[in-house]
Write a protein that binds this ligand. Structure first.
Ligand code: SAH
Length: 244
């Protein structure tokens, strides 16, 4: 099985079963044939977010098309731990960074949240999806994080399923240290990170009034939103996720 790790890994949007042949979309065919110069008979690894990971063979390839034939399952399906990252969108390249790194760190879902001080509310969800897929391909994940449509903070709180803890990264400094607070949390969870301007006093008050919210501190320094997101995701994986 080890030798398979050197094989190109692709996300494919089709069910995977032994012996199945299917055509890749044009962009992936181009990537395999023209960019990577793969030829007929070469093996690749594929996953679709549901059926685990499979070895497939390139059974036909030209400039514009490629056919794969599914050969054998390499790994059984495995879901990521149930952690959602709710974050206020920031500048384009920083949001791209958050999407990529949160995928690597095993976030199961990404929820863009519009807060009062959010400066960059416009998001290209398709692009985010593509960034998440690319990161998942590289990071050996078997699933792709779900990208939820943008919502306002108020809407999110109104529709919240209170069996899911909301871990609120509160920069104001008087919340419990994150790692300590996380040890009291169990089950499905979400992390909430504010925009570069932080949360308004009113938002902090509303958040703190919810019984499913746990405010946490990430130490004495104010982190940029992207750093805060990755730090808290890391801590959650250590305390409650699959780094244990
Ligand atoms: N402009 C704000 C900082 C915002 S930082 C200020 O000066 O207060 C962006 C987001 O990252 C914050 O809303 C918070 O969710 C998170 N964050 C940054 N540093 C943090 C810290 N030390 N503790 C908890 N959350 C933090």
């Amino acid at each position: 099985m080890r030798e398979n790790y050197t094989l190109t890994r692709l996300y494919v949007d089709t069910t995977l079963v032994n012996g199945k042949s299917f055509e890749l979309p044009k962009d992936q065919a181009h990537y395999l044939g023209t960019v990577l110069r793969k030829r007929k008979g070469v093996g690749v690894r594929i996953f679709n977010g549901q059926d685990g990971e499979w070895r497939a063979e390139i059974t036909a390839i030209s400039k514009r098309s490629a056919t794969l034939t599914v050969e054998e399952q390499l790994r059984e399906p495995k879901a990521s731990p149930d952690i959602t990252l709710c974050f206020a969108p920031v500048r384009k390249h920083r949001t791209a960074f958050i999407v990529e790194k949160a995928t690597e760190l095993g976030a199961k879902a990404l929820q863009p949240v519009i807060t009062q001080r959010t400066q960059f509310p416009k998001l290209n969800l398709e692009k985010m999806q593509a960034q998440a897929i690319e990161a998942a391909e590289q990071t050996e994940r078997l699933d792709i994080p779900a990208i939820h449509p943008v919502q306002k903070l108020g809407q999110i709180l109104d529709g919240w399923d209170s069996s899911r803890s909301l871990i609120f990264a509160d920069e104001a400094g008087d919340a419990a240290p994150a790692l300590k607070a996380l040890s009291d949390i169990q089950g499905p969870a979400a992390i909430l990170i504010g925009p570069e301007g932080g949360f308004t006093p009113q938002e902090r008050e509303t958040l703190r009034a919810q019984n499913f919210v746990t405010p946490v501190s990430l130490g004495p320094r104010i982190l940029r939103a992207d750093t805060a997101a990755l730090s808290l995701l890391t801590l959650w994986q250590v305390a409650n996720g699959d780094w244990t």
